[in-house]
Design a protein around this ligand. Structure first.
Ligand code: NDP
Length: 236
């Protein structure tokens, strides 16, 4: 299978976990993208494992606009080929313990963030560009994956809503030639993946490799799909 080849890419939440994994994979490609924009909310923070282009707090519209302006300065008219909305959060809670704050903060980060990112970067996303929302099988109403060990209701609701957002974006951005998909990365060995105290089966490397392979195989007809890191369709 052909390796994914893009001229420019932006990854949110790139300081650790899957976001960092994406950036490392792009850098290691035989033909790496000319531009790799890595954003994180605290570029100088202790958890930052690479130098980020700038802060992007995805629940903050001003911060997102500033990041988009910075990226535009570098790219000029050449446009952004791939936007990976990866940043996300979970509160490990049982349903009874969920609060207004958990529900709102999780929704702001996991759902509103990708909406605002899409809006702010739309002018930069040119024809033949793609927008990937890193979702979760946890948001699949048909599957309710691992309910017995992780209720995480605020997370599930935010990702179910993100799936709907991805479908809406795929329809609205079709006229601009932008392919939009929701991807489930697998249950992966990151801080978020280990929240419930279990060791997840999938490595960051395996997940990112898989997702890049899936992305390289997508075409126009796949816009609006919800797929996992192995390319399997996930039921809504
Ligand atoms: P991590 O906890 O390792 O990393 C989460 C990343 O998101 C960090 O960079 C974090 O930044 C960033 N982030 C969180 N909130 C915000 C915010 N408001 N603004 C900007 N950045 C933010 O998680 P993963 O790498 O595992 O998760 C990446 C994506 O994959 C998420 O969307 C997650 O829901 C999804 N996913 C992961 C699964 C897994 O098993 N790991 C399974 C299914 C989906 P900071 O360091 O500042 O906190």
């Amino acid at each position: 299978m052909a390796e994914l080849s893009v001229r420019s890419v932006l990854v949110t939440g790139a300081n650790r976990g899957l976001g960092l994994g994406f950036v490392q994979h792009f850098l290691r490609m035989p033909k790496p993208p000319q531009w790799i924009f890595a954003t994180c909310r605290d570029p100088k923070g202790q958890r930052a494992q690479l130098q980020c282009v700038g802060p992007a707090e995805v629940a903050n519209p001003t911060s997102i606009k500033e990041a988009a302006a910075k990226v535009r300065e570098h790219l000029g008219d050449s446009g952004l080929n791939l936007l990976i909305n990866n940043a996300g959060m979970v509160r490990s809670k049982m349903l009874d313990a969920e609060t207004l704050e958990d529900m709102t903060e999780t929704y702001m980060t996991n759902t509103v963030g990708p909406l605002l990112m899409g809006q702010a970067f739309l002018p930069l996303l040119k024809k033949a560009a793609a927008m990937v929302n890193i979702s979760s099988i946890g948001g699949s109403i048909a599957s309710l994956f691992a309910w017995d060990i992780m209720q995480v209701t605020s997370y599930r609701c935010s990702k179910a809503a993100l799936n709907m957002l991805s479908k809406c974006q795929s329809l609205a951005y079709k006229e601009h030639g932008i392919l939009c998909v929701a991807l489930h990365p697998g249950w992966v060995q990151t801080d978020l993946g280990a929240t419930a105290g279990h060791v997840p089966p999938v490595t960051v490397d395996g997940s990112v490799k898989g997702m890049l392979k899936v992305l390289s195989s997508l075409s126009e007809k796949d816009t609006g799909a919800f797929l996992d890191w192995e390319g399997k369709v996930i039921p809504w």
